[in-house]
Design a protein. Structure first.
Length: 494
């Protein structure tokens, strides 16, 4: 630290507002609903006084446990956790200090104003501390100027208040036409190839018992180390994942995780990068501000890159068929994503049989419209191979941020050291059955019906079959409502 900086630090204390901090705490004791409003703007570390940090943290813990917060219960909780003495001092006992928070009768309706004051001073302190560190590193001269500036920019960006964030991503909010066309915008970064993009949104759609929970478990665990995931998906860097696993009972999820961790491919994961919220008693309602704030804190505490909600029907009680209610739900999920920067993934159920991938999910079209990528599980097959049950399901992806990949097959083979893997969808598989069911000449619609997939999926299959020399066009179809479709045949068909 320079002499000038040290002198200034001695002359003036770091920015803070003790009255605002006391007012927030006092307002929460008077009206517990004020806690959720405060949490929209501040976290415990934003308080300048350490004892205020401890009181606020204890209030959060009590709210999470469903306990009422009043003068008596708060003092009792802090005493049981050996925190009460720490919030007092030589002149005032801890309980007396907490009681003094009512002095001046803070106004509950002003809590957001108080919280914003606290946040502003917290940001100022962070900037001052960061500036001192940058100044010290600059004096040391061990880093290049470019490295020093880049590091400083990254550090400053990490503490910029959300309301101050520059949304353009390149230092500007708006552009002239020529400026915009000349600007180079970085492509979206994919945390996991094809599927989950940084700060993006994704929807996994499947019928019940179509292996989606196995998939989310495998992806959450394996993405903690960079490399190739499930034999197919590239993971460029370690991913921190928070899995909100509320579809299955905790014991069932626990058994599945323990089973996977015993397999060779899962033994080298980074356990610190995976965190799970099992189904709580009473469930979760993400539309509730209390539950929203709990999930927000869990994401923030874990510094999650991805948060997966498995499954939608257990995190909200909205009417998914209502455009209005589903729109509010999507706004809440966007709020969570934009606040945390985490890629937000929702697992949802399918109920539109043989529909296109973007129309297959249950409920309003708002839900698939919210997602940057939609991942669909369909055509489940159960087989017995070498006396072991092997299940497979086809996975189709529609990615708005990148070229959508060809459908693949996910295999669940519990007898294998690689119990979950992705494989190429070989169209030659079951070729004899296709020949028998389709006959000599057939259309894309016929192929769609036999495969049990949407026409768009059947077209992709047909394209691959033609490229592989398995099928060829036999005759063109006439256009228009009264005309037929093009006919195809298998190569070598008589």
């Amino acid at each position: 630290m320079s002499t000038a900086a040290a002198a200034r630090k001695k002359e003036a204390p770091l920015p803070s507002n003790n009255d605002a901090e006391r007012a927030v705490l006092g307002a929460i004791i008077m009206d517990n609903s004020a806690l959720a409003k405060a949490l929209e703007h501040i976290k415990p570390s934003d308080f300048f006084q350490f004892r205020h940090q401890r009181i606020f943290q204890r209030m959060i813990a009590m709210a999470d446990a469903g306990k009422a917060i009043d003068l008596i219960t708060l003092c009792e909780e802090m005493a049981q956790n050996k925190e009460l003495d720490a919030v007092g001092d030589a002149n005032v006992h801890g309980s007396a200090y907490i009681a003094s928070l009512f002095d001046g009768m803070p106004r509950v309706q002003n809590i957001e104003h108080y919280a914003k004051i606290i946040k502003e001073h917290a940001v100022r302190r962070q900037v001052i501390t960061l500036a001192e560190k940058i100044q010290a590193r600059a004096w040391e001269g061990e880093e290049t100027p470019v490295g020093l500036i880049t590091s400083a920019q990254q550090s400053l960006a990490s503490i910029t208040p959300q309301s101050q964030t520059i949304v353009g991503g390149n230092g500007k909010l708006s552009y002239s036409l020529d400026e915009f066309l000349a600007q180079k915008f970085p492509p979206p970064e994919h945390l996991i190839e094809w599927t989950f993009s940084k700060s993006g949104s994704a929807l996994i759609v499947a019928k019940p018992h179509h292996l989606k929970s196995w998939y989310t478990l495998a992806v959450s665990l394996l993405s903690t180390v960079p490399g190739t995931l499930l034999n197919k998906l590239h993971v460029p860097r370690p991913v921190r994942t928070l899995l909100v696993s509320v579809e299955d009972f905790p014991g069932q999820t626990q058994e599945r995780i323990e089973f996977l961790l015993k397999r060779e491919g899962f033994r080298h994961i980074d356990r610190d990068l995976f965190r799970i919220i099992p189904r709580p008693i009473g469930g979760i309602d993400i539309m509730s501000e209390v539950w929203y704030q709990r999930i927000l804190r869990a994401i923030d505490d874990h510094k999650a890159d991805i948060v997966i909600f498995d499954v939608l029907r257990r995190i909200t009680s909205i009417d998914i068929n209502s455009p209005k209610e589903s729109s509010l739900f999507c706004e809440q999920m966007e709020r969570l994503r934009d606040t945390t920067g985490a890629s937000t993934v929702i697992v949802h159920h399918e109920n539109r049989k043989e529909a296109d991938i973007m129309a297959a999910s249950a409920g309003s079209f708002n839900i698939p419209g919210w997602a940057n990528s939609v991942i669909r599980f369909q055509r489940k097959l159960d087989e017995v191979i070498n006396e072991s049950k092997v299940s497979s399901v086809e996975i189709e992806v529609d990615n708005k941020f990148a070229p959508s990949p060809e459908p693949v097959r996910m295999v669940l083979d519990l007898s294998s050291e690689t119990p979950i893997r992705l494989e190429e969808l070989e169209d030659a598989t079951g070729l004899a059955d296709l020949r028998e069911q389709l006959g000599l000449f057939w259309t894309v619609n016929d192929l769609s019906d036999v495969l049990g997939v949407h026409k768009s999926n059947a077209k992709r299959r047909l394209k691959k079959m033609i490229a592989a020399g398995i099928a060829e066009k036999a005759m063109d179809g006439k256009r228009g409502r009264s005309g037929g479709l093009a006919r195809y045949q298998f190569v070598g068909a008589e």
